[in-house]
Design a protein around this ligand. Structure first.
Ligand code: UDP
Ligand code: MG
Length: 319
């Protein structure tokens, strides 16, 4: 039986926390009773620099409820950083950690399946939303368009999966080796590898409080996701440059013909051709510089180059 940690980032969640703690405690107790989780399992609430009573609630509950633990960040660092800090704190004490939002929009009843898959040997189990019926039409279309766009850019992310997932201690250790500052966990976790599986669930509405992801934060998050994982936008510049150069050659031929047939105003051909050609050349050069910038960018992230899943080394003496 694994020691399971629930990791819950909280930012100004005073309205939902008491209920969340109640529901999660109930869930954890049921898991322990049914022999799915070890008695040492815990819930870890990360206070992401909240300005309300969030931390007081966490510390108050921790006095009377042994399952409640907390981490308080010195200031608001954003959902992804808060989540990472919780996972890294849980890493040394647990066999697997499940990350979930404080508003319990993700169905906690599928946690049993998460643990089953972990017991079958999966290091990462992704919670995937089976439908987005409860989302607003705007959020649904933008989110799904975004996942598709990311795929197009060659970023390996799991469709309709947010940050509801289980990670085993080996996967957590691998995650700790990613030292990048622009965190986009949904992009990093698939890079880790190991055996993984998916669990499908229906996402509910927030039972209290309001979203801590206003449009502005969501946009920043989306742009972060693209620019942290894909250098294709840089390559695009070179491609546009090449296309413009190609058109300038056609333009050049056209201008020459016009010149010789005498239908062009004098000076037009040479001006137009140089504008197009130089424009294309500049684009291409920016693109080439961009390619190098992209490489530097990938190097400074200092991502681990591999994770070893298993190792067999035979001792010579045994043979
Ligand atoms: N959150 C956080 N720091 C932030 C913003 C959000 O820790 O700066 C937490 C928040 O408390 C919640 C989770 O991230 O547990 C997801 O936020 P929310 O439910 O508001 O996002 P939505 O479900 O609307 O996308
Ligand atoms: Mg939410």
């Amino acid at each position: 039986m694994p020691i399971v940690y629930f990791v819950v980032p909280c930012y100004n969640e005073e309205e939902v926390l008491p209920e969340t703690i109640k529901r999660l405690t109930d869930k954890l107790e049921r898991l322990i009773q049914s022999g799915k989780a070890e008695e040492e399992s815990r819930m870890l609430f990360v206070d992401d620099g909240s300005k309300d009573e969030t931390w007081n609630i966490i510390s108050q509950y921790s006095k009377e409820n042994k399952y409640v633990g907390g981490v308080k960040l010195s200031r608001n660092r954003g959902h992804q950083n808060a989540l990472l800090s919780g996972l890294m704190t849980a890493m040394d004490n647990c066999d697997c950690a499940i990350s979930l939002d404080a508003d319990l929009q993700d169905d906690i009843e599928v946690i049993d399946q998460f643990i089953d898959k972990y017991m079958e040997g999966c290091q990462i189990v992704y919670g995937v939303r089976s439908s987005r019926k409860k989302d607003t039409a705007f959020k649904r279309t933008t989110a799904q368009g975004y996942y598709k766009f990311m795929k197009l850019l060659g970023v390996d992310i799991v469709y309709n999966h947010a940050d509801y997932r289980l990670m085993g201690s080996e996967a957590l250790k691998a995650l700790s080796e990613y030292s990048e500052v622009n965190l986009f966990l949904r992009g990093i976790v698939p890079l880790i590898g190991y055996r993984c599986d998916y669990v499908y669930y229906e996402r509910n509405e927030r039972f209290a409080g309001e979203s801590k992801y206003p449009l502005k934060k969501m946009l920043k998050f989306a742009i972060d996701g693209i620019t942290s994982f894909s250098v294709k936008p840089l390559k695009l510049i070179s491609n546009i440059g090449i296309i413009i150069c190609f058109f300038s050659i056609i333009g050049f031929i056209y201008a020459l013909i016009s010149f010789f047939t005498g239908s062009a105003v004098s000076g037009w051909a040479s001006t137009i051709c140089s504008i197009w050609f130089l424009g294309g050349l500049q684009m291409l050069c920016v693109g080439i510089v961009g390619t190098y910038v992209g490489k530097i960018y990938n190097e400074v992230k200092r991502r681990p180059r591999y994770h070893i899943e298993e190792k067999i080394i035979n001792d010579e003496d045994d043979y």
